[in-house]
Unconditional design. Sequence first.
Lengths: 397, 477
Amino acid sequence: MNAPLLSRRAFAAAGLALPFLARVADAAVPANRKFVVIICRGGMDGLSVAAPVGDPDYRPLRGGLALGDAALKLDGTFALNPALPTVHRLAQAGQARIAPAVATPDRARSHFEAQDVLETGAAGVYATTSGWLNRSAQAMSAAGRVEAISVGPTAPLILRGPAPAASWSPGRSVDATARLPSLLQDLYKDDPLLGPALARGLVTETMARESGAAGDAMTGGGMRRGAAQGAEAARALGEALAGFLKAPGGPQLAAVSLDGFDTHANQAGVLTARLTALDALVDGLHTGLGPAWNDTVVLAVTEFGRTARVNGTGGTDHGTASTALLLGGALKPGGIVGDWPTLRRQALFEDRDVYPALDLRALEKGLLAEYLGMDRRALDTTVFPDSAGVRPLTGLV
Amino acid sequence: MSQKDIEAAIAATRFGLGARPGEIAEAARDPRGYLKGQIRRDGADLFKTDGETANQRLAEFQAYRRERAMARSAPASDGKPEEDSAVRAARQFIRQNAAGDILGRVQLAAVTDAGFRERWALFWANHFTVSASKVQTATLVGPYENEAIRPHVFGRFADLLGAAETHPAMLLYLDQVQSVGPNSQAAQFQRRGAARRQAPRNEARPRRDPGLNENLAREILELHTVGVDGGYAQADVTEFARALTGLSIAGPRDAGVEGVVFRGQAHEPGERTVMGVRYAAGGKEQAGSVLADLAARPQTARFVCAKLARHFVADDPPPALVTRLEKAWISTHGDLARVAETLVDAPEAWAAQPAKFKTPYEFVVSSYRALGQEPRDLGQVNAALNGLGQRPFGAPSPKGWPDEAGPWAASDALVKRMQFAQALGAVAGPQVQDPVALADQTLGVRLSPASAKAISRAESRAEAVALLLMTPEFQRR
């Protein structure tokens, strides 16, 4: 029954002598520190994630989209969307903070350009084809192999690149008695694309089975549609990811995507469902990690924010700065991250969007430097190319 | 092996959707002629649906919504709102509509003799993506593809563009239906009404100052025509959005009218300037002129031809191929049949080394084709495609599905492909008499000696079939 799924030869073929375990003991940073990036795709409306309810221009600009009394107060200015109760609970415990006016260097208001810049970490669009989290794994691996994983059926750009990265999504488990996996590994031995990918996939699959933490997401409803089911699936995904992260020698870096934040029309209802899913994902991660939550930092980001004003169809159009969420037991408690440029008309970017007061890369570089001990030069040149002028934001962990 | 044999295998697997038994032998007589014979002025084949038009589906959906609203507002005897059984039935009906469309589409791809024609149609359906990600569009995507895309894929690009952008499914998907000119009669009327009532605003309901929604305008420019580097700015997006106002769909108050309508009173008055061209004040012809001009721009030819080359030949396509397609496009004013012929004649498209990794849809469809089977069980198809990350009609954004290997060759995805191959092998394998012969029929001379040997040594027919579907050469085209 417990026939090993993979031969030792198969691990060797993937370049994984003993996968996830071959860590050099003298690495500068404890190998139990975890960093998770949640990408909210579609342009998440920062003003609805953490609403500046104390900003005098907020209600006039937002009209019926303005959050009411149900909003979850953070400080004198900001309140979280009522769909984010877990985030609020964490914030009250000093384990969640908001960066309310953050943006990538891209200003084109195109989803696809902006996601490219968000995930490659480049200064401009289509400048590189690998992701910054992948290059972080590569840079960190100089001191001992660092594993990375994405959760979801497709490989997000942020984790594509030279460093091998695993991926996992809910589904049936592999038939452990079949010969096919090892036959295919032979057939793929000279295939640079399929060989390493399959080997890594099988290792992850084994790990998912052994950790057992992924059980719910694998056998449960999976990725069904609908708001409640969406939240359920997101929670299961968070729990599954937590299972990988806390497994002995498990990945330190992870990425997961949520879709559907492009709210051009009837924004209130759509966004409630999406934020409920985001909150459930965070809850799944938090609960699933247990004590390991204290060694974790989670960053939730989007490609751009949306217009400060409501458009003609009860929604908002593509904008510039948005809100990022920082979460995790490893965070230092504190107020908002970066400045709040306000919503005064003169303060709006091109009289339309929230002004980009903080370069997202400063935030990312600060976390990578302080929490994962990454070298400043690597951050300035390889991880975020041509970004020497963007100083890491420190003091977050 | 002769050049003809190589070309026959390429014709069926790279240009087509994968070989059915006998297909490579048929193509070997004249591989280029085999492909050109599939180009047809009157368009691609339509897949089987229940026969309902998009307008009929739309009317059903609107009726369903009205019924639901009524059911919810009328409390039942026990005080709880009652969900009428008619509403439940309607919802079930809508779900079945979409499911039937998906099955019809996969079946067509699995059995058609014209794999190139079908691939060409799938390319355009993805270029003009409407996703079932919204409730309103879920039942419309199928009819949309049959009505707006497939009839035009070998016609003029301008006609295809016009049909796609003015179809009710696209108008709903990209939020055009509610977009209103801020200075139009309709907007002024609504504002006066609101000022007269001076009712306190209900917090829960978003304030509806009638106005623009620029989603459709932006995506037409960025994704459907000139591309993100096409030389437009935010002001062009807004101007184009103003030109598009008035274009909408009939609602309950438009008695006797169905589908797309143009509401002159919602159209933003005045002349417009889009990408340096002035358009006189007017009605629906204003947006029509913008669309026609966009179709004719050289940036559109470049953007779309590069995408075609990327789809058919390589993630990083040979520049000479893109130039060749672009020239054909420009000299024929976007005649897509001629562009397709140019692609078939292009030497760069016939490189022996397969450079494209199949998408999940291509992998699943070509698996059925290899076995000469027609998928009958939508559950099986849906489960496979969902697991592989390509939910039928469910592209994650207006950009459509990615066309490069990167997103699809995730390690988890390969494990999922293997599981699908195992499952299909277990069901279909026992009926396969000679798995090695099947591999020859499926891949022709593209079958490598190593793969042939592995298949011949398989322990069972089921294992042999699973191996065939997972060979590196079957995974690519």
